[in-house]
Ligand binder design. Structure first.
Ligand SMILES: [Cu+2]
Length: 118
């Protein structure tokens, strides 16, 4: 019986090692939906966390015009913004600097979100 337990323990350890040995997968794309007048979902402004280097896609899902402006946080090469866009537009951006980025649509003061880059 002791040997069976030992074998099970070894198997568990081997399984863990195999999991740790798996190559790091490329970070998947994170899509952030823009609606009327909200980011991601209606209600309180969301906080979305992405990884440095991850592709972030801003997606204009509605017919009204919206934009995305950084209103604080670190300067990631340039002050982040996407000018006015409309239905169906997708703009991809990659953040390279860790930090907390408050984002807002300049047309709709309630339309804001927090993007955290880890
Ligand atoms: Cu807007």
């Amino acid at each position: 019986m002791a040997s069976v337990k030992k074998l099970l323990a070894l198997t568990a350890v081997a399984g863990t090692a195999a999991a740790l040995a798996l190559p790091t997968q490329a970070a998947s794309t994170r899509t952030i939906k823009l609606g009327n007048n909200f980011f991601v979902r209606k209600g309180s402004p969301p906080t979305i966390t992405v990884k440095r280097g991850q592709k972030v896609v801003f997606w204009w899902s509605t017919s009204r015009t919206h934009n995305v402006y950084q209103v604080g946080g670190p300067i990631d090469r340039t002050h982040f913004h996407i000018n006015d866009q409309r239905t169906g537009k997708r703009v991809t951006h990659i953040f390279h600097t860790k930090g907390t980025y408050p984002l807002q649509c300049t047309f709709h003061s309630e339309m804001k979100m927090t993007l955290k880059v880890k």
